[in-house]
Design a protein around this ligand. Structure first.
Ligand code: IN0
Length: 426
């Protein structure tokens, strides 16, 4: 559906979308005058859309540190992802990246498009990094070192077991959570969060990305590496790519639901981490991506389109999340609503039919009959009970917070559909 079509279908999106556009224009005007900082912020705008907006609300000092942290990690990722670099060249770069960020003369050309520009002009990132406070520099160095070593370990290793999956996600995303918590602490605005909670924040985001991007990743040329763990997909198909073929739709959706159920494990820690933040700007910065993640999981669950094209939250809903997320009550509300949506996709939607019965003497009466509409993919999901118990545990936390009635809802409640049917008895 085109942009106009989407707006006509969801007119409530118009106001948040306009606000988002204005915020983006405002953010672009905020780009600092120093050339190295100007490079870093315009690069951030080019490589991430909503992240570049969300970061704007942080105070200058912390914002600069997070911007550099993000670009350093994107650069490390560009080296890891570039399949044209031979392993014996790639591994030493990944292992030494934490030292390269101190060296204004270092650069390594790789990647494509915006990422190539980032790599070719990395001296701007190093120059800006060297202007950060010592506490910020140490946090970024420490995480870059650990992430580079983790990525090097997984260059030749496949993600086989669920433990491997958690370990890989720890290196590329959990460590981002640990690093951000260190930066928040270094700013003096937050206590240092426990590592396990920071790790879960990253895992929840990364597992959602891995699920959503199945088709894009499997179709990539040259072939990209895949991160769906064999321990999960081998229960459903012989080869990971078999999930994309239409004849395997039922198995594919069961496997997808298994992956979503695995990601849901991190919901509780995510809610706990967010509830312990004190600074309103840091809170919003952290909460928005997590709400987008649960929203994306709700869209992906039981949805065969994950194997056919792109399943993403529509731009208007993203804009609503960005503008409506202010307090923990909003987070509980969003997690509760998206969990409801997930639950509603578990069972067939009830539809009521009004049956008009006409008797022999010409009198008639209506009878309401409830029946269950056919599911998009007709399966009896082997993980349904596990999924439900994870959703109910999260909903219990949301309810027990006492915050559920103080917020706007993301749910468009599905009224029972009444389909008048004329049936005559002769
Ligand atoms: C992130 C995270 C991020 C933001 C806020 C708090 C976090 C706490 C723990 C871990 C990560 C946290 O957010 C970004 C969001 C992002 O980039 N969104 C894309 C949209 C998309 O669909 O990819 C955008 O265009 O805006 C994120 O995904 N990651 C990330 C990377 C670095 C930093 Cl400093 C923060 C990537 C990842 C791998 C999930 C951690």
């Amino acid at each position: 559906m085109g942009t106009l079509g989407a707006i006509l279908k969801h007119p409530v999106d118009i106001y948040p979308l306009l606000k988002l556009r204005m915020a983006a224009k405002h953010a672009e005007k905020q780009i600092p005058p120093e050339p190295h900082w100007a490079f870093c912020y315009s690069m951030l705008h080019r490589v991430s859309r909503s992240f570049a907006l969300v970061i704007q609300q942080l105070g200058t000092e912390l914002r600069n540190a997070v911007c550099i942290f993000y670009l350093v990690l994107r650069a490390l990722d560009t080296v890891e992802d570039d399949t044209s670099i031979p392993t014996d060249v790639k591994v030493p770069i990944l292992l030494a990246f934490h030292r390269h960020i101190y060296d204004r003369d270092w650069h390594f050309s790789c990647g494509t498009k915006d990422y190539k520009v980032l790599m070719d002009q990395f001296h701007n990132v190093s120059t800006a990094f060297l202007e950060l406070g010592e506490g910020y520099q140490e946090a970024i160095e420490d995480i870059t070192k650990k992430m580079g070593a983790g990525m090097a370990k997984f260059i030749l290793k496949e993600v086989e077991s669920i433990d491997d999956y958690d370990e890989y996600c720890h290196y590329v995303a959990g460590l981002v959570g640990l690093g951000l918590s260190k930066l928040f602490h270094a700013s003096g605005l937050e206590d240092l969060a426990p590592d396990s909670l920071s790790n879960s924040m990253g895992l929840f985001l990364q597992k959602t990305n891995i699920i959503r991007d199945y088709l894009e990743d499997i179709n990539e040329i040259p072939k990209s590496r895949m991160f769906w763990p064999r321990e999960i997909w081998s229960k459903y198909v012989n080869k990971l790519e078999d999930l994309k073929y239409e004849e395997n739709s039922v198995k594919a959706v069961q496997c997808l639901n298994d992956m979503v159920t695995n990601a849901l494990i991190h919901m509780d820690d995510t809610l706990k981490y967010l509830s312990e933040l004190r600074d309103p700007a840091i809170f919003r910065f952290c909460a928005i991506p997590q709400i987008m993640a649960i929203g994306t999981l709700a869209m992906c669950y039981n949805n065969v389109d994950v194997f056919r094209g792109v399943v993403k939250m529509r731009r208007g809903l993203t804009a609503q999340v960005i503008h409506q997320t202010k307090t923990m009550a909003d987070v509980y509300g969003a997690f509760f609503d998206f969990s409801c949506m997930l639950k509603s996709k578990q069972q067939p939607t009830p539809a009521a039919v009004l049956v008009l019965s006409v008797s022999e003497n010409g009198s008639f009466m209506y009878k309401a009959v409830t029946f269950f509409a056919k599911m998009p993919v007709d399966n009896s999901d082997p993980n349904a009970v596990k999924t439900l118990s994870r959703l109910e545990a999260a909903q219990k936390s949301c309810r027990e917070s006492g915050a559920l009635n103080k917020r706007k809802s993301y749910m468009i409640r599905n009224e029972p559909r009444y389909i008048p049917v004329l049936v005559s008895f002769s």
